[in-house]
Design a binder for this molecule. Structure first.
Ligand SMILES: Cc1cc2nc3c(=O)[nH]c(=O)nc-3n(C[C@H](O)[C@H](O)[C@H](O)COP(=O)(O)OP(=O)(O)OC[C@H]3O[C@@H](n4cnc5c(N)ncnc54)[C@H](O)[C@@H]3O)c2cc1C
Length: 313
C-alpha cells in the first residue's frame, strides 16, 4: 500500500509530523509509516499510530550525517512506497529534505508552516518576503518531500502499539564527509525554538548588566531569554543561538514577551505564531504593538522588576 513516510532526527518533532500524517493519510487513503534509527524511537512511533516503523541500526546511521541519512531514507521511501515524505524542518532536516528529494526525483519544500489537503492537492503554506507575507504552494511531482516546521502541529497521542517494526539492511555508500572534530555547543545555547515561554529582549535594554533582570523575569515565568539580532551580532550581549527571527529561530511559544524591541518583520516572523504576544515599549507607535495581544507603554527597566516581583508574590 502507498504511504506517507515520516522522519525527523528529533523524536518529539517526528511525533508532531505523525499527528498530521495520520490526518492526511486518512483523507488520502495512505498508510502512515515512520523511519527510525534507534529501537526506542521505532517503538514510540508505533505507539503514536504509525502502522510501520522502518528501522535500521547500521553503524553509519549512528550519528546524523545528511548525505548518509538521505541515502537511507531514499531506500526506505522506496520500500514504503511513499508518495509523500514529511521531514522535520530543522537545520539538519532541511538539508536532508533537499538531498533526499534530489535522490528520488521529488519536488521539495522546506520551512512549511502548514499542510492541508484541498481538491486532492497537498497545499503548503510558507513565509515569503522575509515574513512580510505568506505563500501558498503546491508540489507538482508525483513524490513530494515536505519539511514541516517544529510545533506546526500537536504530537500524535500515545496509544496502544498496533503496527510492526520492519528491520532493514540498507546499502549505504561511505559518506564523502569526514568528521574532523566535534565541539560542545556554547554554554548559552538553549533550545529557544522549542520553548513554551520566551522573554525576548531588544536594543531598548540600556546596559548588558540589565540582562540580569531579564533572566530573573524569564526564570520567574519558567521561560527562556531570547533576543533580537543586533543584541547578539552587534552588541554581543547574548549568543547568536538566542536570536529570534529570520536569521535566527522561529518558534511557536505559548507566550512571547517582547521587551524593548521594535518588532521589525525580520524579528516578528520568529514569534508571530505564538499563542499570546505581549510587549513593553516606550514608543506607542512601535511596530510590535501591531501584533501583540497585550501591550504596555512603559520603560522596561521600571516595569520588568515590578512584574518579576508580582509573579514571585
Ligand atoms: C536580512 C535581514 C535579516 C534580519 N534578521 C533578523 C532576525 O532574525 N532577528 C532580528 O531580531 N532582527 C533581524 N534583522 C534586523 C531587523 O530588521 C531589526 O533591525 C532588528 O530586529 C531591530 O532590533 P531591536 O528591535 O532590538 O532594535 P530597534 O529597532 O532599535 O528597537 C528598539 C526598541 O526599543 C524601544 N525602547 C527603547 N528604550 C526602551 C525602554 N527603556 N523601554 C522599553 N522600550 C524601549 C524603542 O522604542 C524601540 O522600539 C534582520 C535584518 C535583515 C536586513
Amino acid at each position: 500500500m502507498a504511504s506517507i513516510l515520516v522522519f525527523s532526527e528529533r523524536a518529539n518533532l517526528a511525533s508532531e509530523l505523525l499527528g498530521k500524517a495520520k490526518e492526511l493519510g486518512g483523507q488520502m487513503g495512505l498508510e502512515v509509516a515512520a523511519a527510525a534509527f534507534n529501537p526506542a524511537d521505532a517503538e514510540a512511533y508505533l505507539k503514536r499510530g504509525a502502522s510501520k516503523a522502518f528501522y535500521s541500526d547500521q553503524a553509519e546511521l549512528k550519528d546524523f550525517e545528511a548525505s548518509t541519512y538521505a541515502q537511507a531514507l531514499a531506500q526506505i521511501a522506496h520500500k514504503a512506497g511513499a508518495s509523500l515524505i514529511l521531514v522535520g524542518s530543522t537545520r539538519r532536516g532541511k538539508e536532508l529534505a533537499g538531498r533526499l528529494a534530489q535522490k528520488i526525483q521529488a519536488g521539495c519544500l522546506t520551512d512549511v508552516k502548514s499542510v492541508e489537503l484541498k481538491e486532492g492537492k497537498v497545499i503548503c503554506v510558507r513565509n515569503a518576503f522575509g515574513g512580510a507575507t505568506e505563500a501558498t504552494q503546491v508540489i507538482t511531482t508525483q513524490v513530494q518531500v515536505i519539511a514541516l516546521m517544529p510545533r506546526a502541529y500537536e504530537p500524535a497521542p500515545e496509544g496502544v502499539k498496533k503496527g510492526e517494526i520492519v528491520t532493514l539492511r540498507l546499502d549505504l555508500k561511505p559518506s564523502r564527509v569526514k568528521v574532523i572534530k566535534r565541539s560542545e555547543k556554547d554554554a548559552g545555547a538553549v533550545d529557544i525554538q522549542g520553548a513554551e515561554i520566551l522573554v525576548c529582549v531588544g536594543k531598548g535594554l540600556a546596559r548588558q548588566e540589565d540582562l540580569k533582570m531579564i533572566e530573573e523575569l524569564a526564570q520567574a515565568l519558567g521561560g527562556l531569554v531570547a533576543c533580537t539580532k543586533p543584541l547578539a551580532t552587534d552588541l554581543k550581549w547574548l549568543p547568536e543561538s538566542r536570536i529570534v527571527g529570520l536569521s535566527g529561530k522561529i518558534g511557536k511559544p505559548r507566550l512571547a514577551l517582547c521587551l524593548g524591541l521594535s518588532g521589525q518583520v525580520q524579528f516578528a516572523v520568529g514569534i508571530r505564531e505564538a499563542k499570546t504576544i505581549m510587549a513593553i515599549n516606550t514608543d506607542p507607535n512601535a511596530y510590535i504593538f501591531q501584533i501583540t495581544d497585550y501591550g504596555m507603554i512603559a520603560d522596561l527597566h521600571q516595569a520588568v522588576p515590578q512584574i518579576t516581583a508580582a509573579i514571585r508574590g
